[in-house]
Ligand binder design. Structure first.
Ligand SMILES: [Zn+2]
Length: 283
């Protein structure tokens, strides 16, 4: 496995702390720096970031972890974390989907019960994707072509529901809402969560005290408990990611999906889009 992190840093800060050859300009005011986590400069960025964090600020404005694997590593894995790379708004509630919030967790909002079919604005849906989600409410939708293939290949752990046009304007034929029906997989302690690669959220600001949300983001590969896996091809981890925005924002936590080797191969054959797969570990 090779792990790299892309950082985006304001050119002003980059000139102060980095060498001119470190990274590439992204427009006039930003430097893009992609580092292997074994690179000595990765530790340097970490030390700089800790200094900025003490002042309540950050050295970089954006970060993104990518992991690449050898064919052997991919072929021998049992489960993969499906990292969704596509999200859109507005969420279902703004389009006529109703929720019972009285059963949701008061800390993190996980557990709100959907009362009717998912309704969405057709013009907001991303093109060329097969799996995507709304930023709020963790409504995950799957393209009709992928749903058809999953059914034809007997993929287990899922149920699909129709998606309606906003405010009751008929069915959206190109998409279905995903319901994960398999047993949730408990996240194992080897998994690291946090706010950024150098900020493990020691205060637990983004962890639900009742355990529904593990953190703002996942920083390591995902490890889950083998004893929880019922063998389904599509599963979700018991603990979710993200946060519930206060003051009227629309962010809510979302689940981490896992797929079997069988489903990974099928997604590859179909050239399905909207996500990346990383090896997940069963412990
Ligand atoms: Zn909670």
């Amino acid at each position: 496995m090779r792990e790299t992190v892309e950082f985006r840093i304001s050119e002003q800060k980059a000139q102060r702390f980095l060498k001119p050859r470190d990274g590439k300009p992204l427009g006039r005011s930003t430097r893009k720096l992609v580092l292997d986590t074994n690179d000595i400069r990765y530790a340097l960025v970490g030390r700089i970031e800790h200094e900025f964090m003490k002042q309540g600020s950050s050295f970089f404005t954006y970060w993104d972890i990518r992991r690449t694997y050898t064919k052997k590593e991919l072929d021998s894995a049992e489960l993969f974390y499906l990292r969704m790379r596509s999200a859109f708004e507005p969420e279902g509630e703004q389009c006529g989907t109703q929720y019972d919030e009285s059963v949701a967790c008061p800390h993190c909002s996980v557990g709100a019960r959907q009362l009717n079919e998912l309704r969405l604005d057709p013009s907001s849906l991303p093109r060329g994707k097969d799996i995507t989600r709304t930023i709020a409410y963790s409504e995950i939708i799957v393209s009709a072509r992928l749903v058809e293939a999953l059914r034809a290949h007997g993929i287990t752990g899922t149920r699909f529901h129709p998606v309606l046009r906003k405010n009751g304007g008929g069915t959206l034929d190109a998409w279905c809402q995903l319901e994960v029906t398999s047993q949730p997989l408990g996240v194992a302690p080897a998994t690291r969560f946090g706010v950024s690669p150098f900020d493990p959220d020691e205060q637990g600001e983004y962890r639900c005290p009742l355990g529904h949300v593990a953190g703002l983001d996942i920083l390591s590969e995902l490890s889950v408990r083998r004893e929880d896996w019922d063998g389904a091809d599509l599963c979700a981890a018991k603990q979710w990611l993200g946060y519930r925005s206060r003051n009227g924002g629309a962010f809510r936590p979302y689940p981490m999906l896992l797929v079997s080797q069988k489903l990974r191969r099928l997604l590859g054959e179909l050239k399905a889009k909207g996500f990346e797969l990383e090896v997940a570990h069963l412990v």
